[in-house]
Design a protein around this ligand. Sequence first.
Ligand SMILES: *Cc1c(COP(=O)(O)O)cnc(C)c1O
Length: 414
Amino acid sequence: MGYVKDLKCRECGREYPVAPVYVCEFCFGPLEVVYDYKSIKKVLTRKVIERREKNLWRYKELLPIDGEPLVGLNSGYTPLLKADNLAKEFGVKELYIKDDTVTHPTLSFKDRVVAIALTKAREFGFDTVACASTGNLAHSVSAQGAKAGFKRFIFIPATLEASKIVASLIYEPNLIAVNGNYDDVNRLCSEIANKYRWAFVNINIRPFYAEGSKTHGFEIIEQLGWKAPDNVIIPCASGSLLTKIWKSFKEFKEIGIIKELSTKVFASQATGCSPISTAIKQGTDVIRPVKPDTIAKSLAIGNPADGYYATQVVNETGGWGEDVSDQEIIDGIKLLARAEGIFAETAGGVTVAVTKKLIESGKIGRDETTVICVTGNGLKTQEALNGQTISPYYIKPNIGSFEEVLQKIRRGGK
Ligand SMILES: *Cc1c(COP(=O)(O)O)cnc(C)c1O
């Protein structure tokens, strides 16, 4: 058996037994998983964790499942890379990339949340899983759902990047491309979720699904040598990942795995869809929905479900919110590739470019330890780089033609 006590409304505190429910019947507040930390503290130590397999289930007592994991044994424990070249570029002492572009089977952090969601869906007895997605979730549910043998209904905005659509289609789910943006898709899915008895991973399974994001945070602390960083820079779509990374840090403190916690949490968005960073900058926790217009499609949620809670975390920890233009995102992707050999998707361009801004504006100190969360692989959003990369040298298949080019390259100093 697991260590979950019950579900609790984040607004009024009313408690609910564990079930596929996600909003409070009385005040419509979101439900959150509550654990028995006293019991977890007795069994989960650094040593126990270190002895386990290097996947996201190594923290299983702090994840909301009762039995054995169904999927995700090949997900998580992604690298924490010391980014010395980027640190030099930004003029700071210690910079790390938490690199979720690799290791996961579908190359984004969504494999973390989906591992928990599908395991829980099976425990609840569902035979069909579904999701509303900005792309990466579609990819992950399509793939992991295939492995676990679920029927799958995947809903996406029809305007998604072609590479993300193919990445889902290859697993042969029922892919429904909706003529509208993510917020339209999500609204439709809430209606469908009320009518059909399906496990919508980010709707009726959301309280459990969202807990999977904590593993990104647990790994940061473990890989830093069991300490929390001074700053963490997190991309925001619905704001869930941000609130859950903070929850993971607090849980490790609660059960005694770390003693100190004074991390500042920073929210990062694309300016073309920045309801959360805008609220933070304006000093309000009222999220004003926007119509997304940005190349960072994986973050393009105009009406973020956890936006309010994300601003609370940022304010509580003394962090800040910042956003960057599409050109800055592209420059961020290119800089990360050039400096650290990592090809990130647009969300990674967002966090790198935001970090640069925060350092330049003095919100992040130059002698502090900072972790940048890079959450998805660049091969998934190649369209965003059309006309933005350097070009190949075209030659004829003979040595003369090559050496002509070589001379040009050498004159250019490469
Ligand atoms: C979904 C996603 C996020 C953040 O999602 P939240 O809804 O804020 O939890 C970040 N990066 C990538 C690449 C994503 O796909």
